[in-house]
Design a protein around this ligand. Structure first.
Ligand SMILES: N[C@@H](CCC(=O)N[C@@H](CS)C(=O)NCC(=O)O)C(=O)O
Length: 206
């Protein structure tokens, strides 16, 4: 399999950490791609009409996206215990946690557009403030309600990779705002899956 990846993407890292946790990383060739809505990457668009990474190219040549769908695909590819609960109530709970984690990254990316990525005279501070509030509220929601499983699954991977990216881009000081969540994250980030996939690099918008 091939994974169209980006070393500074929280979503791409989520898919790759999941692959590590599923024991599938050595079956995946990771290929770095820069993507941005202002710098079209034709190779990524050829596989994903939204032009985003991650994209997983299966051994059969099918392009799978987005990160959550890639995780579902990978979960069916390994012979071990499922990383996404099959029990309907537990599955919905895990998918809801994934939705919050993805929302943190999405809102964080929008904060960066309004603070560093967009040309200064086109920035709109109320948008940055609104998206930053979503990041803060999402983290506070996790601080209050997230009960991590000891054996990590999709929810744990999604949350850890999102928190890691928020810290990497200095969007929010989660350690100060959410000490319980951050303490869990600090243990999680020692896992081989996280250590093998450190975030790095700058966004390329042109
Ligand atoms: N919902 C998607 C989000 C993927 C995403 O936003 N990827 C970013 C990198 S972090 C991207 O490729 N952005 C390029 C663009 O927006 O055109 C997923 O979970 O995979």
């Amino acid at each position: 399999m091939k994974l169209l990846y980006q070393t500074h993407s929280p979503f791409a890292r989520k898919a790759l950490v999941f692959a590590h946790e599923a024991g599938l990383a050595d079956r995946i060739q990771v290929i770095h791609h820069e993507t941005s809505p202002t710098a079209r990457n034709a190779e990524v668009f050829a596989l994903n009409p939204l032009g985003k990474v991650p994209v997983l190219l299966t051994d059969e040549g099918e392009a799978i996206f987005d990160s959550g769908v890639i995780c579902q695909y990978l979960d069916a590819e390994h012979g071990g215990m499922s990383l996404i609960p099959t029990n309907p109530a537990k599955r919905v709970a895990a998918l809801r946690l994934q939705a919050v984690a993805d929302g943190l990254s999405e809102a964080g990316i929008l904060v960066r557009w309004e603070t560093v990525r967009r040309p200064p005279d086109l920035r709109y501070p109320p948008l940055a403030e609104g998206h930053l509030a979503k990041v803060a509220d999402g983290c506070a929601w996790l601080e209050a309600s997230f009960q991590p499983h000891e054996i990590p699954g999709l929810a744990e991977v999604a949350i850890a990779t999102a928190l890691s990216w928020l810290a990497f881009r200095q969007i929010l000081d989660v350690s100060a705002a959410c000490p319980r969540l951050w303490a869990w994250y600090e243990t999680f980030e020692q896992r081989p899956s996280m250590r093998a996939t450190a975030l790095a690099g700058d966004t390329v918008d042109h």
